[in-house]
Write a protein that binds this ligand. Structure first.
Ligand SMILES: [Zn+2]
Length: 159
């Protein structure tokens, strides 16, 4: 799969990646700076990082996720599913629903986002090691939904 710049952003805003979460990912890849202005934007860009990582199209996804993790719950390191690690490894990220946002606006320095992330596990009976990137069909695997509230620490606002 090529770079997703011109494809619709996985986070579901309807924007193309390069004018949605791709802006924040791109800045981070160049300068390690976090530029998502709101908690929701940050959450979306994290979801997108997960989604792209499962297709191997955002090389710095792990660093991005660690950098945006709230310090209390941040793991020391992160082993994301890489493509080709076997049919049971890569999740297929289907959709992100933002349920509720508290704080986390441009003038807050932290916030909390309640969201539901929908994903499919490709470990269904028909799975035989084929590429997990054929995401259009609903045929194989099972659908799982993870609901979570995530506290986010936003990047320091520029004075
Ligand atoms: Zn996005």
């Amino acid at each position: 799969m090529s770079a997703p710049q011109d494809e619709r952003c996985p986070c579901g805003t309807g924007e193309v990646y390069s004018s949605c979460c791709g802006r924040f990912h791109g800045t981070f890849a160049q300068s390690q700076e976090l530029t998502a202005p709101t908690a929701e934007a940050l959450m979306r860009s994290r979801y997108t990082a997960f989604a792209l990582a499962s297709h191997g199209t955002f090389a710095q996804a792990e660093q991005y996720l660690l950098a945006t993790w709230t310090p209390e719950t941040r793991p020391r390191e992160l082993a994301l599913d890489a493509p080709g690690q076997g049919p049971d490894e890569a999740l297929d990220w289907v959709r992100l629903d933002i349920e509720q946002v508290e704080g986390g606006g441009p003038f807050h320095d932290d916030g909390s986002v309640t969201f539901t992330a929908h994903f499919r596990t490709p470990g269904g009976p028909a799975s035989s090691g084929s590429a997990p990137s054929s995401s259009s069909g609903l045929g194989s695997g099972s659908t799982a939904t993870a609901m979570s509230t995530e506290a986010l620490t936003l990047p320091a606002p520029h004075p």
